[in-house]
Design a protein around this ligand. Structure first.
Ligand SMILES: NC(=O)c1ccc[n+]([C@@H]2O[C@H](COP(=O)([O-])OP(=O)(O)OC[C@H]3O[C@@H](n4cnc5c(N)ncnc54)[C@H](OP(=O)(O)O)[C@@H]3O)[C@@H](O)[C@H]2O)c1
Length: 240
């Protein structure tokens, strides 16, 4: 398949690497211009934002959530039928306060509204390190699972199949309106669960408590933490 990725941070570059190693064609762009890709290391073809949306099957948005409104005019140039994947999460300290989300709007519903397009939410509940280093073959004991949400069932299945190729089981977490069950602050968020554990964790999510728990992580976070320390902190605070 042909993929376009906007955003060459840890998530976009990890996905690009997985895609290329599975034989897919990948173009990578920066929303602000191709010059921002200079000196960045990634696999895939660097292109402008205008080019990244052309002749693709799937567009992956690997960007801070607050950037979404500024890329609507780029994303709207996708051909009909292109699957648009949102990987973003809302962090008020980074994305500035977004009143609609603060008042309870599901993060990816907000993204979909900004883009004026239906989207599939994926790659948002695993840390970039997990994505890059902890994929395993189908059937491996303890294989980590990713939550995927979206209203278009056939598009969602295509993305689930691709995630499986990348080394992770999947759990269909329902519609985009249901995707709050794996937003930051929930037991499913970056806690490296198996398919069975993730299914259970999605059911344990508490929408009202999630923002408070998300912010509590920041209070306990240290730059000295290893990847495993971060996963363990998430597990502890998010009540697993
Ligand atoms: N990292 C994780 O473990 C993780 C896990 C799950 C989900 N996510 C979510 O996935 C999304 C991507 O995360 P990420 O960790 O890959 O990196 P990121 O720090 O969100 O950056 C992604 C890309 O966006 C670019 N960018 C930064 N500010 C921008 C702006 N104002 N306008 C246009 N582009 C801008 C970055 O460029 P520069 O590099 O030049 O800043 C980078 O190419 C985020 O929404 C994040 O919450 C991340």
């Amino acid at each position: 398949m042909k993929f376009g990725i906007i955003g060459a941070g840890p998530i976009g570059t990890s996905i690009a690497k997985k895609l290329v190693s599975n034989g897919h064609e990948v173009k990578v762009a920066d929303a602000r211009g191709i010059a921002y890709l200079e000196e960045k290391e990634f696999v895939g073809t660097p292109v402008s934002a205008e080019e990244v949306v052309q002749f693709i099957d799937v567009l992956i948005l690997a960007l801070p959530l607050h950037v979404m409104p500024s890329i609507r005019t780029i994303v709207e140039k996708c051909d009909e039928g292109v699957i648009v994947v949102d990987t973003s999460n809302y962090y008020p300290f980074r994305d500035n306060r977004i009143e609609e989300i603060e008042n309870g709007m599901v993060e990816s519903v907000w993204v979909s509204n900004q883009l004026r397009l239906p989207i599939i939410k994926a790659f948002s509940n695993l840390l970039a390190y997990t994505l890059a280093h902890k994929g395993t073959p189908v059937g491996t004991t303890g294989r980590i699972a990713m939550a995927i949400a979206g209203d278009n069932v056939s598009q969602k299945q295509i993305i689930m199949d691709f995630v499986n190729q990348c080394g992770f089981d999947t759990v269909d977490a329902g519609s985009i309106a249901d995707s709050w069950t794996f937003q930051p602050g929930t037991p499913a968020y970056c806690t490296e669960l198996t398919q069975e554990e993730l299914t259970e964790a999605l059911q344990k999510a508490n929408k009202d408590k999630a923002p408070m728990l998300r912010d509590k992580i920041m209070e306990h976070f240290s730059m000295e933490f290893t990847h495993e320390d971060i996963v363990n902190l998430n597990r502890k605070i998010y009540n697993l």
